[in-house]
Write a protein that binds this ligand. Structure first.
Ligand SMILES: Nc1ncnc2c1ncn2[C@@H]1O[C@H](COP(=O)(O)OP(=O)(O)OP(=O)(O)O)[C@@H](O)[C@H]1O
Length: 473
């Protein structure tokens, strides 16, 4: 890039009040590390965020360039880097690719390379084009899943607010990610809370009573409060004012806000279980269970009849399944059957196959099947969402069984989601009926079958070393 800044970066320097020489310096450091700077995305309290091309990843990344001025700053930034680096295999927490430090005679800089997003939630809340309820619920379910991911990593965010939630938009579907873990704390999962108190708070509007008054342990429910306020803002389509915030914290949601939300179910089942005193708040799992049910009903509700007809007509080779479906009166059970069938279709005889071995490609196949069979274009669920829905559907079935059966099943299903999945695999494979399906061996030999066989029969004849080619792809 030499000594000259491209025109777009020059303009952004003016817009963000950045010294051009400083930016040139940053660009040189980044070049040395294999990043080609393309633009300035924004400016935060500690420095600028740049868009750059990573030669190693062969894709664009965001690079937060942070100037360390005090020892405290360094500790805070180091902690943020360490926190995001420990997140492995998460989907709703901003991915970190690299962090490095550059120290010269004059200054000390930290660079954090992360995945790149398109903006933050505050822009969506402020935007003229208001999000509809379905879009809001899809975002909210992802944010709850993000809290579950944090819980799995024993992390409290403690600064959840719209500017710290980034989004990517693809064909009208928003994918959201938590960012800015500068105030986050580690928490022991056994205890579920931390006694490490501090007077650094998040932002006044979003922080809970316990953080504001430093009067009790923090727990995963501390983040639930903040997310509750974010949810209120998403639903009313505007930011909560400072004067409203105190009332919200101590008195809960008021009538005016309830009228703005205009959805009794969400107020009673989500907001009043989040934006309340610590002991009355629900967990992310409890909320997720309810809200993903609601989302599922919204996604499928109006299409229930269509799903039924479409399903029976198009998947006729699954004779047994169809007979079952005809007996079903309950829409929940119907959805259960559909998920069951779809899972059968994407699993390539993987008895005992592990959750992690399900590849993005298979999720893509699943989505294609959903679109094709169910005529749904809006569906864009990922595996963890699918597993939650699956678990919900199973519980729904469990409720209709006799108590002894329930106990037996529940023991199995009380295991973690991995366990649920493995059990499903076994059950799925045992019952699968394959008719006129094409199979390919891993050596690439095509084998066609004209008769119905069960997968276990097939495995007995041909061994485990097979993958199934999807007929409907
Ligand atoms: N990974 C990213 N992808 C896209 N935009 C980003 C990314 N990270 C940050 N931004 C944007 O860059 C701007 C500055 O972000 P940054 O996190 O530094 O600031 P902040 O959150 O306002 O400040 P602070 O961290 O000091 O509270 C924000 O507008 C933010 O939306």
């Amino acid at each position: 890039m030499g000594n000259k800044l491209p025109e777009n970066i020059k303009q952004k320097c003016q817009q963000y009040g950045q010294n051009e020489k400083d930016i040139l310096g940053l660009i040189d450091h980044l070049n040395d590390k294999g990043y080609q700077c393309l633009d300035i995305i924004g400016k935060g309290g500690f420095g600028v965020v740049l868009r750059a091309f990573s030669k190693k990843l062969q894709s664009d990344v965001a690079i937060k360039c942070l100037k360390v001025e005090k020892k405290n700053d360094f500790e805070k930034l180091k902690k943020e880097c360490e926190t995001i680096q420990k997140f492995k295999e998460t989907k709703y927490l901003l991915k970190s690719f690299d962090t490095f430090q550059v120290v010269t005679k004059e200054l000390s800089l930290i660079f954090m390379v992360t995945e790149i997003c398109q903006g933050d939630l505050s822009a969506l809340i402020r935007s003229e084009k208001k999000l509809n309820k379905l879009e809001i619920l899809r975002i909210f379910v992802q944010l709850l899943l993000g809290l579950v991911e944090m819980e799995n990593h024993e992390t409290l965010h403690l600064d959840i607010k719209p500017p710290n939630i980034l989004f990517k938009e693809q064909q009208g579907h928003y994918q959201v990610k938590y960012a800015d873990f500068g105030l986050s704390k580690n928490v022991s999962c056994e205890k579920g809370y931390t006694t490490h108190l501090t007077n650094e708070g998040g932002t006044y509007v979003y922080i809970s009573d316990e953080v504001l008054n430093e009067k009790r342990h923090y727990s995963f429910k501390t983040d639930i409060y903040s997310l509750g306020v974010v949810f209120v803002e998403l639903l009313i389509g505007r930011q909560i004012r400072q004067d409203e915030a105190a009332l919200l914290r101590y008195n809960g949601i008021n009538q005016v806000q309830q009228n703005e939300i205009n959805d009794e179910y969400l107020v009673d089942n989500a907001i009043k279980k989040m934006v309340v005193k610590h002991e009355m708040r629900e967990t992310s799992q409890q909320l997720l269970y309810k809200i993903s049910n609601l989302l599922l009903n919204l996604e499928f509700g109006n299409n229930a009849k269509l799903i039924q007809i479409d399903y029976i007509m198009k998947i006729e080779q699954y004779q047994l399944l169809i007979q079952d479906i005809k007996k079903l009166s309950n829409q929940g059970e119907l959805i259960f059957k559909i998920w069951f069938d779809i899972l059968q279709s994407i699993t390539s005889f993987g008895i005992g196959q592990d959750f992690k071995s399900i590849q993005a490609e298979e999720i893509q196949i699943l989505q294609n099947i959903m679109k094709k069979y169910l005529n749904l274009t809006c569906l864009n669920l990922d595996l963890s969402e699918i597993l939650y829905i699956q678990e919900w559907a199973f519980n729904l079935k469990v409720q209709n069984r006799k108590p002894t059966q329930i106990r037996k099943r529940k023991n199995k299903y009380n295991q973690k989601i991995n366990g649920v999945y493995k059990f499903w695999m076994k059950r799925t494979c045992r019952n699968t009926i394959c008719k006129k399906e094409n199979f390919i061996s891993t050596k690439g030999i095509n084998i066609s079958y004209n008769n119905q066989i069960t997968t276990s029969q097939y495995k007995r004849n041909h061994g485990n070393n097979i993958t199934r080619k999807l007929k409907h792809q």
